[in-house]
Design a protein around this ligand. Structure first.
Ligand code: NDP
Length: 256
């Protein structure tokens, strides 16, 4: 039977690799994102059967509209949409691990701080909650929900890390709720993944090499490394795995 798979942020990077892996298995794949041009280009590469739906995963109205365009049964939901707003600040990735209070003082900066925290909470945590809640009734018994977290959850990475840590916590709650209907819920937590828009033009070679040096296997991760784990978690072989955070990070050491 053809499975229906929804991948948020499926037009680029990890989400695209996940969508491609499911499409290769013959699934009917729906990819979402905020840019139609990106989605259309991705769908052309995914091949016949891939569908695109423009939807901001933080916007309840857009998500309700999305739900109405999806089939009545969804087998797999991959909450992949996300990003780190703080990477777009001038200091960029150097602020990873420091974003929060560092450099933020005085009443004016509280507005910037609030904006950063709200954006990262909405983009990485609230988005997954809203998408799952919207599709809840459509999720089929025997199905799976997989959230893309991050090793940043354990690395003291400010608002982004806190949002991903919140995702881990909520996943435990969700797994109990969905478990009664034979639906699994797990987080796949990537380490540093090269070749996506996330760090593109932001980290540079020095940043790249520093992340590789943190791993046990001396390599960067790539989107396909994450896709394989997501597909496994949605497979019959993984029916008894739920409520877990699966680290896919080359053994990168957690630094606090
Ligand atoms: P990308 O920036 O390539 O992917 C993010 C995707 O999410 C884009 O397609 C983007 O499309 C979409 N997106 C972002 N915000 C929204 C939104 N509000 N609504 C709908 N779609 C949205 O980077 P990655 O592939 O690397 O990131 C994918 C996931 O992996 C993210 O959750 C990220 O936090 C996580 N991750 C990445 C790591 C890395 O090193 N790259 C490490 C750990 C975790 P559009 O802008 O068109 O909406």
């Amino acid at each position: 039977m053809t499975r229906t798979v929804v991948v948020t942020g499926g037009g680029t990077g990890i989400g695209y690799a996940v969508a491609a892996a499911f499409a290769a298995e013959g699934a009917q794949v729906f990819i979402t994102g905020r840019r139609q041009s990106v989605l259309s280009e991705a769908a052309a590469r995914l091949g016949e059967g891939a569908r695109t739906l423009v939807c901001d995963a933080t916007d309840p109205d857009q998500i309700e509209a999305l739900r109405d365009q999806l089939p009545t049964t969804v087998d797999v939901l991959v909450n992949n949409a996300g990003g780190n707003r703080d990477l777009d600040t001038p200091a960029g990735p150097q602020r990873l691990g420091a974003v929060g209070l560092s450099g933020q003082s005085g009443p004016d900066d509280l507005h910037a701080l609030a904006a950063s925290w709200r954006a990262n909470m909405e983009g990485n945590l609230v988005s997954a909650v809203l998408m799952t809640a919207a599709l809840n009734k459509q999720l089929a018994p025997g199905g799976a929900v997989v959230h893309i977290g991050s090793f940043a959850a354990d690395r003291g990475a400010g608002s982004y890390g806190a949002a991903k840590a919140g995702l881990n916590s909520w996943n435990t709650f969700l797994a109990r709720q969905l478990g009664a209907r034979d639906i699994t819920s797990n987080v796949v937590a990537p380490g540093y993944i090269a070749d996506t828009e996330f760090f593109r033009d932001k980290g540079g070679e020095q940043f790249h090499q520093a992340r590789v040096a943190e791993t046990m296997n001396g390599r960067a991760g790539y989107p396909e490394d994450i896709a394989g784990t997501v597909v496994f978690l949605a497979s019959p072989a993984a029916r008894h795995i739920t409520g877990q955070v699966i680290n896919v990070n080359g053994g990168a050491v957690t630094t606090r």
